[in-house]
Structures are given as structure tokens and as C-alpha cells.
Design a protein around this ligand. Structure first.
Ligand SMILES: *[C@@H]1O[C@H](CO)[C@@H](O)[C@H](O)[C@H]1NC(C)=O
Ligand SMILES: *[C@@H]1O[C@H](CO)[C@@H](O)[C@H](O)[C@H]1NC(C)=O
Ligand SMILES: *[C@@H]1O[C@H](CO)[C@@H](O)[C@H](O)[C@H]1NC(C)=O
Ligand SMILES: *[C@@H]1O[C@H](CO)[C@@H](O)[C@H](O)[C@H]1NC(C)=O
Ligand SMILES: *[C@@H]1O[C@H](CO)[C@@H](O)[C@H](O)[C@H]1NC(C)=O
Ligand SMILES: *[C@@H]1O[C@H](CO)[C@@H](O)[C@H](O)[C@H]1NC(C)=O
Ligand SMILES: *[C@@H]1O[C@H](CO)[C@@H](O)[C@H](O)[C@H]1NC(C)=O
Ligand SMILES: *[C@@H]1O[C@H](CO)[C@@H](O)[C@H](O)[C@H]1NC(C)=O
Ligand SMILES: *[C@@H]1O[C@H](CO)[C@@H](O)[C@H](O)[C@H]1NC(C)=O
Ligand SMILES: *[C@@H]1O[C@H](CO)[C@@H](O)[C@H](O)[C@H]1NC(C)=O
Ligand SMILES: *[C@@H]1O[C@H](CO)[C@@H](O)[C@H](O)[C@H]1NC(C)=O
Length: 480
């Protein structure tokens, strides 16, 4: 990994010189008016009002890349002193009958122009630190996501040349945006580390699946989807509302990154009305497959690693006709692995200059032939539990689910089940569901989450985690 100072220089050079689209040499600039202004500079170093320093491992650690081949010195998820129960029973909600029929205030106001109620509104001084094991472990998971993004965005700009980007339809200005997004990650990782303290997880090393710029972007589309959805999943469950407030301000930026990568892949930037949230164990299952090793004594996580669910006919976004996607047309076996980009030129949509078929980078694209559609038969295979995964291969996949019976599809606000037709010990088929969130908003679109379950338990966005004991295997589904 390169240091962040190098990146500042790289961005400056694009801004100052090398026009991406040509033409600046021939542009005669208009004469410019001198407007009222003062000379000023941001305080730095130890000066009062200076910006906070970035966490050291976000800026100085040189990471290597590739698989881990050593022997783990410890295995399994972090565990508390005891576990109370195998599942959490449902409880009645004391607010279930609160209803305001006319919108009039019902309580004395704490001050003018301020209604009663809310959390953290009574003058208690905010403390921007985690408050519980739940908070700690959620933010620790979030740091792993920020660190891999920091490394991944740097790495892409480092291993692929300007020419590689141009061939994928991206300019030097786009590459500068990628480098800027890496810097954003240094800030996000630093913020989260500050809210945990000295035991915050450190930068790890990673093992990436892609070989081309298209595959790289495709991987980023998937990785930023589980990063974003992972944080939405726990944000409003945090005990510390102060931590939640800062995290949501970072997440708003991560969501924009996800849209940018979709645009670079020639996909609709946001083909959904609501972004889905997922439980932490879903996030950790998907993310940990790409972490090869972490420093000695790195703080361990409590979250579960589910067995992988492979979508055999995962649609390939590089194809003019995604129906033509071959089985296992992905670069590897991990659940977030991108589709192969080295397909026959006459099948590829990358350099097709025809509206409706072109999948080169754009602000938005319309696909005349969708990636997938309701009613499509989907072929699935899943791994058995007990596989060593994650940093140093020191976490073990597990499940408490019984016989596989359903496929759960999570996108937007909805978890929809379809029956699983079991065709072998670790395989089955189902049909992509048709369901709307609101009228005219098909639920399943964009990068969706898919799980094989033993039952069709009814869960909603705020209690999705209760499904975990029933998840047999977990994966991603490319829809749209
Ligand atoms: C702080 O800013 C001053 C004035 O721009 C600059 O000379 C100095 O190098 C900066 N120090 C650091 C630590 O960046
Ligand atoms: C103010 O709210 C906090 C929670 O936000 C609560 O812990 C505290 O007891 C409240 N203080 C008063 C005086 O009501
Ligand atoms: C993980 O592997 C790295 C690199 O070999 C090593 O430095 C570290 O101590 C290992 N950590 C654990 C928990 O085994
Ligand atoms: C890891 O923890 C052990 C036990 O607390 C300690 O002896 C060792 O110095 C630690 N290693 C590092 C690199 O912090
Ligand atoms: C893809 O397959 C579906 C289902 O058979 C079919 O309705 C659709 O027309 C096919 N797409 C194209 C472009 O032929
Ligand atoms: C990929 O996963 C499938 C299904 O679990 C398995 O049959 C195959 O051997 C795996 N391939 C590799 C290269 O691990
Ligand atoms: C695409 O086609 C249009 C219209 O024929 C043409 O102006 C444009 O240069 C073409 N672009 C590329 C990248 O081939
Ligand atoms: C289940 O899959 C088998 C094998 O593909 C097929 O023969 C059978 O018709 C399917 N059953 C249902 C209910 O779809
Ligand atoms: C999708 O979720 C919304 C919001 O919870 C709900 O109103 C709607 O009925 C759900 N649709 C389906 C098909 O489950
Ligand atoms: C999840 O919440 C919904 C209400 O939104 C409730 O109907 C359902 O029973 C809950 N699921 C479980 C497993 O408690
Ligand atoms: C997904 O969204 C795109 C963009 O709005 C739309 O063209 C497509 O039909 C949607 N797919 C489904 C299955 O609804």
C-alpha cells in the first residue's frame, strides 16, 4: 500500500495538469475579477483548532496481498463469560398502542419550539464512545470494513494503470476520485477507532479476487453494498446514540461510493428506493473471506461466519445478454467474487456504443436485457459448516439451522421467501420472486442478499437478526 501523502500528490497532479478530456490547451480562459477575500490557512499540527490526526495504521501500514498460508494460533469467534439462550424470544412492545390521531402536542414542551421526547435531548452531555459489548463489537466490525476499503481503493489505483482505466472507459479524473475515496476511508477508520479506544482492530492484509479493472469495480460494487448494509443494520440498535450519529455521517458517504462504483460498471446507480440493512453476522460472513491475516493480538469479533451460498448462475453484468451467463461464471469461489470480464468481445457490453446495450461507465444506464428477472430459475449450491475462514483462517463457519427448506431474499425493506427445491445434499433450485415494496417499486433489485433457511420466519428490518439461527448458508445475488 502506498502512503497517503503520495495520494495527495497524485490528486494534485491531475487537478493541475493532464486534462482528461483534452481541450484545456485550446480554451482561452475569461479574464477573472478579484473578489473580496482574506489570506487564511487551516490550523495544523498542535495548533488550537487543528484537524484530528488519522489513526497510524490507516496511513503508514504497508500491507501485502494474497492468501494466508500459516497456522492459526487461536480459533473461533470471541465469546463472553456465558451465553444465556440459543435464541431470543419475542416480547410485547410497550409502545405498541402509542398513536397520535390529530398531530397535536400531548406533553409540556422542554423549551420553546421543542417537542417533548427523543433520546439525548434532555441536556445530558454527549459522550462519543461505545457503551456496551453490542456497540463495541458492531463498531469493531465497521473498522474492518473501513480498513479493507482503504486498502482496496489504494490498491486499485496502484495496480491498474491510467491506460487500464481508460480501456474500461474511465479517465484520470475518475481515478483521482477513487484515490479521494481511499482518503475518506482513512478518516472513517480513524473516527471509528477513536470511538473504541486503544483495543480497536488494526489494519489487516487482504486477498483480492479480481484481475481486471471491470472485475475490480464489480468487486467494489459488492463489497460496498455489504459495507453499507452492514452499518444500516445495526445503527439504530446501538446503545450510544452519539456513536450512531457520527457513524451515520460516515455511512452517508459510503452510500455515495456504492453508487459511483455502480455507475462505473454501467449499472443503474440506485435501482432501489430503500437500502437494505443486514445483521452483523451477515456482514462479517461476506467481508471476512477477503481478510487474509491480522496483526498479532488483534481484537477478535463475536459474529458468526455462515457457510457460503453459491449462486451457480449468477448473472454477469459484462454481458450484452445476461441470459447467456455460463454456470460459475465468476472469478472464484468466495461469495463476493466478481463475474469474469474476459468474455468474447461479441458477447461483451463494455464497448457497445448502442443505448440500451452499452455498459461502459455512465451516470445512468438502461439495460434492455436485464441482469435477472422475477421468475428466473436460480441454481444454488452451499458449503458445509466447519470451514476455516477469515483472518489467519482463525474463524470457523457454523450454522444451527435444520434441513434447508426456503430461500430468503433480502432487498430494500423486504425479506421474501421462496420454496427451495432440494436437488442434492448441498444443492437446490428456486425461482426469483416477484414482490413490490410500494406499488411500482419491485423489491428485488441491485445487489441483494440471499440465504438458504430451514423455515420462513417472519422478520422485518428491525428484527432481522432473529433469523440467524435459521440461516443454513449465505450469499449475494446480482439482480436488476
Ligand atoms: C502547518 O502549516 C504551515 C503553514 O502552511 C506549514 O509550513 C507547516 O509545514 C505545516 N505543518 C504540518 C505538520 O503540516
Ligand atoms: C436524560 O436522558 C438520559 C438518556 O438520554 C437519561 O439517562 C437521563 O436519566 C435523563 N435525565 C433526566 C434528568 O431525565
Ligand atoms: C496472523 O498472521 C500474521 C502473519 O503471519 C501473524 O503476524 C499474526 O500473529 C497471526 N495472528 C494470529 C491471531 O494468529
Ligand atoms: C500479545 O499478547 C501477549 C499476551 O498478552 C503479549 O505477551 C504480547 O506481547 C502481545 N503481542 C503484541 C504484538 O502486542
Ligand atoms: C431470457 O430468458 C427469459 C426466460 O426464458 C426470456 O423471457 C427472455 O426473453 C430472455 N431474454 C432474451 C433477451 O431473450
Ligand atoms: C467451489 O465451490 C463448489 C461448491 O461448493 C465446489 O464444488 C468447488 O470444488 C469449489 N471450487 C474451488 C476451486 O474451491
Ligand atoms: C458512439 O456513437 C456516436 C454516434 O455515432 C459517436 O458520435 C461517438 O463518437 C461514438 N462513441 C464511441 C466511444 O465510439
Ligand atoms: C425440482 O428439481 C428437479 C430437478 O431439477 C425437477 O425435476 C423438479 O421438477 C423440481 N420440482 C419443482 C417442484 O420445481
Ligand atoms: C415489503 O415491506 C413493506 C414495508 O415493510 C411492506 O409494507 C410490504 O407489504 C412488503 N411487501 C412484501 C411483498 O412483503
Ligand atoms: C419481527 O417483527 C414483526 C413486526 O414488525 C413481527 O410481526 C414478527 O413476529 C417479528 N419476528 C420475530 C421472529 O419475532
Ligand atoms: C431494476 O431497476 C431498473 C432501473 O429502474 C429497472 O429497469 C429494472 O426493470 C428493475 N428490475 C426489476 C426486476 O424490477
Amino acid at each position: 500500500m502506498v502512503g497517503y501523502r503520495y495520494l495527495f500528490l497524485a490528486i494534485a497532479s491531475v487537478a493541475a495538469g493532464a486534462p482528461a478530456s483534452g481541450g484545456a490547451e485550446t480554451l482561452s480562459l475569461p479574464s477573472v475579477t478579484q473578489i473580496p477575500a482574506i489570506e487564511t490557512q487551516a490550523p495544523n499540527g498542535t495548533a488550537s483548532g487543528a484537524g484530528a490526526p488519522l489513526v497510524t495504521s490507516a496511513t503508514t501500514v504497508i500491507t501485502t496481498h494474497g492468501p494466508y498460508s500459516g497456522t492459526p494460533t487461536t480459533t473461533g469467534a470471541e465469546q463472553g463469560p456465558a451465553t444465556i439462550s440459543a435464541t431470543i424470544p419475542s416480547q410485547p412492545n410497550p409502545w405498541a398502542t402509542y398513536y397520535n390521531p390529530n398531530g397535536k402536542l400531548t406533553q409540556p414542551q422542554p423549551m420553546p419550539y421543542m417537542p417533548a421526547g427523543g433520546v439525548g435531548t434532555n441536556g445530558t452531555l454527549p459522550v462519543y464512545m461505545v457503551q456496551s459489548d453490542y456497540d463495541y463489537q458492531s463498531i469493531a466490525l465497521g473498522i474492518h470494513q473501513e480498513f479493507i476499503e482503504l486498502d482496496l481503493f489504494h490498491y486499485g489505483a496502484q495496480v491498474f494503470s491510467e491506460q487500464d482505466f481508460i480501456e474500461a472507459g474511465l479517465t484520470a479524473e475518475d481515478r483521482a476520485l477513487l484515490q479521494y475515496m481511499a482518503l475518506q476511508e482513512a478518516g472513517h477508520a480513524s473516527l471509528l477507532a477513536d470511538m473504541l479506544g486503544e483495543s480497536a482492530p488494526k489494519q489487516c492484509t487482504y486477498n483480492y479476487p479480481f484481475k481486471t479493472v471491470r472485475e475490480y469495480i464489480d468487486f467494489n460494487v459488492r463489497l460496498t453494498r455489504w459495507g453499507e448494509s452492514g452499518n444500516w443494520g445495526f445503527l439504530s440498535h446501538l446503545d450510544s446514540k452519539e456513536v450512531a450519529t457520527l457513524l451515520v455521517q460516515a455511512e452517508a458517504i459510503e452510500a455515495r461510493q456504492q453508487s459511483v462504483f455502480r455507475q462505473w460498471l454501467g449499472l443503474h446507480p440506485m435501482p432501489i428506493w430503500f437500502a437494505p440493512g443486514i445483521p452483523q453476522s451477515w456482514h462479517w460472513t461476506l467481508l471476512s473471506q477477503y481478510i487474509s491475516s491480522c496483526p498479532e493480538n488483534n481484537t477478535r469479533l463475536v459474529w458468526q461466519n455462515f457457510p457460503s451460498l453459491h449462486v451457480v448462475n449468477q448473472p454477469n453484468a459484462n454481458r450484452i445478454s445476461p441470459n447467456n451467463t455460463a454456470d460459475f461464471e465468476v472469478v472464484g469461489n468466495r461469495t463476493g467474487d466478481p463475474s469474469k470480464s474476459n468474455i468474447a468481445e461479441d458477447q461483451s457490453c463494455v464497448h457497445v456504443n448502442v443505448t440500451g446495450y452499452d455498459c461502459g461507465p455512465a451516470i445512468s444506464r438502461v439495460r434492455n436485457q436485464p441482469l435477472s428477472f422475477p421468475g428466473r430459475e436460480v441454481f444454488l449450491e452451499w458449503d458445509d459448516p466447519g470451514k476455516a475462514v477469515g483472518p489467519n483462517n482463525s474463524y470457523i463457519t457454523s450454522t444451527t439451522a435444520g434441513q434447508p427448506a426456503f430461500v430468503a431474499w433480502l432487498s430494500q425493506l423486504n425479506l421474501t421467501y421462496t420454496p427451495l427445491n432440494v436437488t442434492g445434499p448441498n444443492s437446490g433450485t428456486t425461482f426469483q420472486p416477484a414482490a413490490n415494496v410500494f406499488d411500482a417499486d419491485p423489491a428485488l433489485n441491485g445487489t441483494a442478499f440471499i440465504a438458504v433457511t430451514d423455515t420462513d420466519l417472519y422478520v422485518t428490518p428491525y428484527n432481522l437478526t432473529l433469523l440467524n439461527p435459521h440461516v443454513r448458508a449465505l450469499g449475494l445475488y446480482y439482480s436488476g
